[in-house]
Design a protein around this ligand. Sequence first.
Ligand code: 48F
Length: 252
Amino acid sequence: MNLEKKISEAIIDEYFKILKNSLEVDAVVVGGGPSGLYAAYRLAKDGYKTVLLDRRLSLGGGIWAGGMMFNVITFTEKSKEIFDEIGLKYEKRGELYVASAVELAGVLIYNLAKSGATILNGIFAEDVVVKDNKVKGVVINWSTVQIANLMVDPLVISAKVVIDATGHPAEVVHHLAKREKEIIIAGEGPMHVEVGDVATVTNTKEMYPGLVVCGMAANAVSGAPRMGPTFGGMLLSGKKAYEIAKERIESI
Ligand code: 48F
């Protein structure tokens, strides 16, 4: 028995099955931070064929490090319900709630993994597909190709809707804005917690037909402030992105 061969074969066969099954989907969520993890989980839970990509191997984006690498996160009363829904343990501290950053990342990743979504980690979106003035998918490549600065042609995932959940850089919107001059990127404002936390939800929108922006990326393209290690707005933004994406999928 050649167990080494069997292990390698099992991994290759299974991964290629997953990859092949991901080539045409309902939704691609780019970025596995809090907003993207929540949006992808809700879409997949509803039965939509969903792929979440993250450039890094470990999902969670900015959750893990809490504030300045103190691994604690905060949220306020207005988002308590969504933290109850995902099953996070927390404590009340004055007007704030506090929870473990590691537990929040763990709960969101666990929910996503169980939802039926396909998770492609170590893969990044380097561009979008645009046809008939609509975003119709993402152009993907290995993160290692980018790190090594290699010239390697990409592959494509076709999708009815793409969600840019890439955080501060709003990478997907920037790729599109290079070609579509009507997309104006206002840039991110300086820290203002109360305004930023609400604005990230208000600014969650369909930026262009087929492209929804959420989380910190929504503020980064809209001129709204950043808000630091408070995560209620991020999950509520993920929820709004899910609702907008669902409407777009159902309209096709
Ligand atoms: O930045 P990030 O955590 O996104 P978010 O959901 O949450 C922001 C908060 O963490 C924090 C905050 C809290 O109030 O302000 O910053 O907006 O996660 C973004 C994820 O996207 C991945 C990146 O590796 C990270 O995990 N990412 C970024 N660009 C790409 C990408 C890309 N082009 N392709 C794939 N993944």
